[in-house]
Write a protein that binds this ligand. Structure first.
Ligand SMILES: Nc1ncnc2c1ncn2[C@@H]1O[C@H](COP(=O)(O)OP(=O)(O)O)[C@@H](O)[C@H]1O
Ligand SMILES: [Mg+2]
Length: 246
């Protein structure tokens, strides 16, 4: 069976013993060779995340938080190790298969929102759906449903740049949901927001996780928010120093 068929059959049947694992990271290392020398950004990191868990990744600046998130999101390949999403070994696939998996199964939320400012909120939310092959009508329908659920459907025709930071992050959350992803990755999603707005965005993510059984992995610098997630993985110098459930 090709990886592509494998991807489809897994998505449809969800069988196998790995059923409850959304994500498995095994012996992951990432080494950057730079002109300034060798940087070990991740050093033999392993963990498993169950479906519906809301996990925070914490640690000092430079500890490897973004690197691990970027590997899980297949934005970059690891130097060594393995990552499986829904039991699918990501890096056994070629780049185009990885791109498909990323678009269909992984939602991204960034600190700086990363929305497309020259187009509308609605189009931003629809775009990953269209890329995944959704028709315009279905993408419209889904996007509007999600925008309504997040309380920003009245902003659908605005350009993101005209919205507040909290509203822009809601749009980014809406966009991350359009393809019904297995995993949502959020890199410091509250980092550019004031405390109150950050708390609202956090509450929204927690609600998505607990009420709608989304698997969410969130990098944060905020220890109070980390405490309120289900589990915190503390990185230091590219290694897991602590992995605690709250
Ligand atoms: N593209 C890159 N090239 C070289 N070094 C990098 C690159 N990305 C990250 N690093 C280095 O890897 C380490 C971990 O970085 P990062 O994952 O961004 O940390 P964090 O997100 O925890 O602040 C740091 O030492 C950083 O300088
Ligand atoms: Mg970072």
């Amino acid at each position: 069976m090709s990886n592509k068929q494998n991807l489809v059959s897994k998505k449809n049947t969800e069988t196998g013993s790995d059923d409850s694992h959304a994500l498995k990271v095994e012996n992951l290392s990432k080494i950057y060779d730079t002109s300034a020398g060798r940087v070990v950004a991740l050093d033999n990191v392993s963990f498993t995340i169950q479906k519906g868990e809301f996990v925070s990744i914490v640690g000092p600046s430079g500890s490897g938080k973004s690197t691990v998130l970027n590997m899980i999101g297949a934005l970059d390949r690891p130097t060594r190790g393995k990552i499986s999403v829904d039991g699918i070994d990501m890096f056994s696939m070629n780049d185009s298969e990885i791109a498909t998996l990323r678009n269909e199964r992984i939602g991204f939320i960034f600190q700086s929102f990363n929305l497309i400012n020259r187009t509308t909120v609605l189009k931003n939310v629809k775009l990953p759906g269209l890329i995944a092959g959704m028709s315009h009508d279905i993408a419209n329908f889904r996007a509007m449903k999600i925008l309504e659920a997040l309380g920003i459907d009245d902003k659908k025709d605005q350009k993101p740049v005209n919205l507040s930071g909290g509203q822009q992050q809601r749009v980014a959350i809406a966009r991350s949901l359009i393809n019904n992803p297995s995993i949502i990755l959020a890199d410091e999603p509250t980092g550019n927001l004031d405390t109150k707005t950050g708390d609202d965005v956090f509450a929204m993510l927690k609600n998505l996780s607990h009420k709608f059984k989304r698997t969410i992995i969130m990098v944060t610098h905020n220890p109070e928010l980390a405490e309120k997630s289900d589990r915190s993985i503390l990185l230091r110098d590219g290694r897991i120093e602590k992995d605690v459930y709250h």
